[in-house]
Write a protein that binds this ligand. Structure first.
Ligand SMILES: Nc1nc2c(ncn2[C@@H]2O[C@H](COP(=O)(O)OP(=O)(O)OP(=O)(O)O)[C@@H](O)[C@H]2O)c(=O)[nH]1
Ligand SMILES: [Mg+2]
Length: 295
């Protein structure tokens, strides 16, 4: 069997989490149309007769403006050091920029176990436009295989997996075959709330917001409810009413969406309470970042 670790890296919003979820076949990481969605390195595990792949979905590389964003970049860049293979995801229609330059520097000298994925190829209507992009990349990385794909296409994902397995060493699985992530339920809950929050806030608000689980109580008896209390941290007073919405409608919708998802994930009833709290500059606060696994 072939078993190993694969880091999925790239600029923010190129589709890394979509690829990991699609390959693993479960929702491991939250996905939103907004950049900087993934904040922690998240492990997604795929087991099949060929072997086991432990994917490290990483935060997208971007220009950091806060301590939190620095930690996100650092964890993404460091992830490539400890893995058997790296999937470097670029966007087919917008392949090279400063972020790619940073990653290229980090991946220099790593021709082995590196695969470049050109995702969102479906968004490039005129496929002829892909040719110069592929030519440019093969000049920059002559020994690295290039794989154009659409993360939403099952055939493309299967083809990608066929390229990944040969990059892994012979070995035995590390995780039982029914485990698809090692995230604790608390973290899954925080992430799901954050996904719904991202879906219902705009401009700078989602980037200034974070979610902390303050209480997570198992159901007291069979058929009982799990109680989850989450703090939604924002940075300014003016952001609080935006999250809460008119008459509390927005916060209610975030809570309902997240609760439904958590119920099906945990397989039981969930009582979810959300509290919006103003914590100026929390993204610079080491203690809060540590609590979120970001420092
Ligand atoms: N059209 C198209 N959209 C895609 C594809 N892959 C991902 N997306 C969309 O791109 C957006 C970003 O996807 P994510 O998977 O969150 O991207 P990411 O690279 O993990 O982003 P960060 O975590 O912010 O770094 C989402 O709206 C996805 O639905 C693709 O192949 N084609
Ligand atoms: Mg992501």
């Amino acid at each position: 069997m072939r078993c190993g670790f694969v880091a999925v890296v790239g600029r923010t919003n190129v589709g890394k989490s979509t690829i990991v979820n699609g390959l693993v076949g479960e929702k491991v990481s939250i996905v939103t149309p907004k950049p900087q969605t993934t904040r922690n390195v998240i492990r997604g595990i795929l087991t099949e007769p060929r072997g086991q792949v432990v994917f490290l979905d990483t935060p997208g590389v971007h220009k950091p403006r806060t301590r939190m964003n620095e930690a996100m970049n650092r964890s993404a860049l460091e992830s490539v050091e400890s893995v058997d293979a790296v999937l470097w995801v670029l966007e087919a229609g917008r392949p090279w920029g400063a972020e790619e330059g940073r990653l290229a520097e980090r991946l220099k000298g790593r021709a082995q176990g590196l695969l470049i994925v050109l995702n969102k190829a479906d968004e490039v209507r005129n496929k002829a436009l892909l040719l110069p992009v592929l030519e440019d990349l093969s000049r920059r990385f002559p020994e690295v295989p290039l794989y154009p794909m659409c993360a939403l296409d099952e055939k493309d994902r299967k083809g990608l997996l066929d390229q990944i397995f040969p990059l892994l060493p012979e070995g035995e699985p590390l995780f039982p075959e029914d485990v698809y992530t090692d995230q604790p339920e608390r973290q899954l809950a925080a992430e799901i709330v954050r996904e719904h929050l991202f879906g219902r806030t705009f401009q700078e608000v989602p980037h200034c917001a974070g979610v902390l689980v303050e209480q997570f109580e198992e159901a007291p008896a069979e058929g009982g409810k799990v109680t989850i209390h989450c703090a939604i941290l924002v940075e300014r007073e003016s952001q609080k009413p935006i999250v809460i919405g008119k008459g509390g409608q927005n916060l209610k919708a975030i809570g309902t969406g997240a609760r439904k998802e958590l119920q099906s994930l945990l397989g039981c009833g969930v009582e979810l309470r959300l509290f919006v709290k103003v914590r100026p500059e929390w993204r610079e606060n080491a203690a809060i970042l540590r609590e979120m696994g970001l420092a």
